[in-house]
Design a protein around this ligand. Structure first.
Ligand code: ZN
Ligand code: ZN
Length: 97
């Protein structure tokens, strides 16, 4: 399956399939001074696809495009909108004393 960059981040050059995915890599208060975070830490799944947004005359091929597919599944599984926090906590090595 080939994906297409639908939301291109001019700040960090990231490619995203949906506004939800784009939003997931932005941190900070809504309407405030939001900054880019690494998509890897935003529970996004990596896809490979094409971006025609960064340069319409010369589309970038085989670029990494981020989707919320995995995040959406995880949210369904946990039935909790707080899944990002839960998942990142689980990703850390268990260091409980
Ligand atoms: Zn960005
Ligand atoms: Zn793009």
């Amino acid at each position: 399956m080939t994906s297409t960059c639908a939301y291109h981040c001019r700040a960090c050059g990231g490619h995203f399939t949906s506004l939800e995915a784009f939003d997931a890599h932005r941190e900070g208060p809504a309407g405030g001074n939001r900054t880019c975070s690494f998509p890897e830490s935003a529970e996004l799944v990596e896809l490979t696809g094409t971006c025609k947004i960064s340069d319409p005359t010369t589309p970038s091929v085989a670029v990494t495009i981020y989707s919320t597919e995995r995040a959406a599944r995880a949210r369904d599984y946990f039935g909790d909108t707080n899944v990002r926090q839960t998942a990142s906590a689980n990703a850390k090595p268990a260091t409980a004393a």
